[in-house]
Design a protein. Sequence first.
Length: 485
Amino acid sequence: MRERSLGQTTRDLASALGRTLGRAARGGRQHLEVFLGGPDRTRVIFLLAAVLALASADAATVGASALELRRALHINNFDIGLLIAVTSIVAAVASIPFGVLADRGPRTRILGLTIFLWGAAMVWSATVGSFGRLLLARMFLGVVTAAAGPIVASLVGDLFSSDERGKIYGYILTGEILGAGIGFAVTGDIAALSWRAAFLLLSVPAFFLAWFVFHLPEPVRTGRRRSRDLGSPGSPPEETDAQRLARAQGIVPDADMVAADPARMGLLDAARYVLKVRTNVILIVASAAGYYFLAGVQTFGVEFVRLQYRVDAVLANLLMLVIGGGAVVGILAGGALGDALLHRGRLNGRILVSAVGAAAATLLFIPALLTHSIVTAVPYVAVAALALSAQQAPLNAARLDVIPGPLWGRAEGIRTVLRTGAQAVAPLLFGLVSDAAGLQWTFLVMLVPLAAGSIYLFKGLKTYPRDIATAAACGGDPGVIPTAG
């Protein structure tokens, strides 16, 4: 009787705990849906963030598994860099046709299908028996992951109004940071036991994510969507905050650029057009510099921390989590701050936030790289990660501001080629230089392109207003802002 009573009490406690956790989960979901603007918006934001998280987790897992991969496959740092570089290079090439599909095809179905293939490529990576076959599997992975950038950018442009895109991009890009954290801390620790299990673990969420994304409704291609209701197709165009400020300041668009019709452009004409948008080029260069440095951190960050601060793998991964926490705060704050400045009449608000964040990150990384004390390094590194990440959401939102809607997918594909090229080169150069001079000098030297990108970004303060006016008039609402001539 006493044993039955004890068993019944245990079951009652478990049942009560389950009900409490269920109510807490439902309450948390309801609060999140209210915060993000409704269940439909929450679902889209969560799924797009999960897409970027999956890609980032995979890249970070290679870096976190570097020691185990070297031992198992008898390779060096250059080979580790090559694994990531090959994925990036192939993804850069494949992003161009996916950019065309993002502007012309069913985006949610294409993205869902490619995510399913991601999962298959991750399973393949976990079962290979040699470095050559792993390299081949990573090449295939690069092809299918190329869909993410152009399609996510196009969907954000059509689903969310211009004046909140910085904030929305902050939520979505948080997925990249969280994915990298999972790659470092979770699959990295699993890789210490088995690098094959680490890759296999990532394939499981890929198949579930593919199903959910595939069944998302395809949004109407409005070019510029104003309504906060994702279910209201054909919303009448209205002037965005940026366009209103440009008109109030008497800024006129470039007459030569307005004469073009983006909706009718082929790939070559589209490429020439987006690379003639001066602000877009500046944003591409600045973004590439930031991603270049982050690619090196993802690949060799854990090993640098273990050697520089003389800590074990667990503490190294914990420090990377602290850095990731700072990056999450930065990416959320940067997007919201850029939007807030725009709402308050600062037309250049998004560019200003990005430029200041990039410059601050460069300066803050220096003392963190010079010290050998982990206690001294943590605050510098955390704030530097916050500043570096703060530029990404405003940059993405600003890019949609200066590119006409019919070109969003191809413009993102072209940007991905250049950005991914920087990401591809980074692991190779980091690995090559570190084999010769050590990781400390490598990270210090690699701050130079980051500093150059931040300086170049300040030029965007001058070009951004006119490019906003041009994008508004070109192939969209010529009556919103008068054209020159």
